[in-house]
Design a protein around this ligand. Sequence first.
Ligand SMILES: [Zn+2]
Ligand SMILES: [Zn+2]
Length: 295
Amino acid sequence: MKIRFHGVRGSIPSPGAHTVRYGGNTTCIEVRSDTNDLIILDAGTGIFPFSHKLLPEVPLTANIFISHTHWDHIQGLPFFTPVFIPGNTVNIHGPQDPITQRELSEVLSRQMEYAYFPIREAELKAKLNYISLKERQTVAIGSARITNILMNHPVINFGYKVECGPKSMFFTGDHEWPINIYKPEDDYYNEFEVHIAQQRCAIIDFIRGTDVLITDTAYTEKEYTAKKGWGHGTFRSSILLAREAMVKRCYFTHHEPTRSDEALESAFAKALAENGVGKGDPEFFLAREGEAFDW
Ligand SMILES: [Zn+2]
Ligand SMILES: [Zn+2]
């Protein structure tokens, strides 16, 4: 299994001198199975430069898995060059919203309406297939198996586990651990605590034993106090998740858009020190645009 980051920034693209080292494009991760099947996790702006690197492989089949439909995870899709080339097949998987019942195809095609984009979806030359996924549904792509789980975010958001033989990785998409909406003196407080604990256990059980974890790590603990309920994780929540799930490696991603390379490295070092990361812990890394590794 090969993994390469093409976009590691959260919320909004952040190009500029301050993000040169870690990159300014929003979420996009390339995963290659052992038989070189092309799996793409999220279609943030990082998918645009990535699509140019794919041109030597044309005609190709791209299997895109969307965690959720917030802009920073889908905005690059209309610029994914293979969709303009006949002979290519682009399979786009993602969750169907259980509340609105809106299909993935409807949500994604809206960003190609004339008000937002000059080319209509019907004019695209590749074969496009939309696949709405149910929770915990497994999809086989060549030698890989991709299974989702519902995470916690202000819109339906799937985390994806990719397994290929004995190797595996998990990507959270955007995720904040649920917080109790009641006060300790309220009747429902204890009941809700139990519910939260069960949700946490279910997610950690699902991830447990995965080799590589790529997780939303938008905020420091200090920043989080003003951003509760925005749907993102912290350095500390990511460290605790990686430990509890007993992964081998953990990559922090969805970097806060205003954070410079220097500030990112310093927040990372501080979090590892404050949480006593050391011997016996998973290896922790900051995800960096362009970085690839074999697993
Ligand atoms: Zn996001
Ligand atoms: Zn989001």
